[in-house]
Design a binder for this molecule. Sequence first.
Ligand code: UTP
Length: 297
Amino acid sequence: MKKMIPKVRKAVFPAAGLGTRFLPATKAQPKEMLPLVDKPLIQYGVEEAIHSGVQNILIVTGRNKSSIEDHFDVSFELEHTLEQKGKDDLLAIVRAISDMINVAYVRQKEALGLGHAVLRARELVGNEPFAVVLSDDVIDAETPCLRQLLDVYEFYGASVVALMEVPEEQVPAYGIVDAEPVEHHGTSDRLYRIRNLVEKPEPSKAPSRLAIIGRYVLTPEIFESIESIGPGAGGEIQLTDALRHLLRNRPIYGYRFEGKRYDAGDKLGFLKATVEFALKRDDLGASFREYLKGIDP
Ligand code: UTP
């Protein structure tokens, strides 16, 4: 009989990092609240989780957390004013955000690393598989990236990380995998079985150019792995190190997802995402394109 694979019901959103690459904007607000056109980064991630079938959202917050909580909360005063002014379309947008999710918050008092942030969600996650979404990685994809990972998880019942090929000079900025391709749904260039992972290697020591980006589906044994590792690169408790520990006892898959990822936690990546998302908008695209064409270089 086939083993029952438990369903992923919860997504953890670590949002307690210091966002130093985006100072001074992140001095008093989390980078997850930076708006891409008119929506904060974290809302893109939350919508991706919901469109992937994951309804319960757990946000790990740090200092300056209140703007995230306020964003997903009901805003009586704003709703009342919009209602009185008859601004029904704006009212619908505002209400949709607080109606959207079941959200819970947990605090990471000190930014001790991504692995540490994920561990803070242990009690709320419990003994079940869960997703991790880093909302400064914004992904534009026909099938949401998290849904693509869940399809792999639901087939193999093992942890899955999102992979992307990066140019050699960018290798030291990522967790890089050593992985062997696996035939899946008739193709052999998307799914990999991971043999090893290294956080931020020098290009000459990197086992490949396949980088882990901010989407994961993890089985709950990851919590014990996080607990048993010490600080790694940059003195932080790294999720990549915990995955390497997990690999001793459990298989981990990597999926080279279909879609385009923007590193919106970086100034240039954020600008690219802003321009491309604005150009795709029905209400802004045409006039924004005209404006860009007319800029004197
Ligand atoms: P990053 O490394 O991109 O975030 O972490 P950072 O440390 O805030 O950014 P820089 O490099 O200083 O600009 C990836 C994700 O993990 C979260 C971040 O909020 C981001 O979503 N994170 C990171 C935590 O929640 N806690 C941490 O201790 C570290």
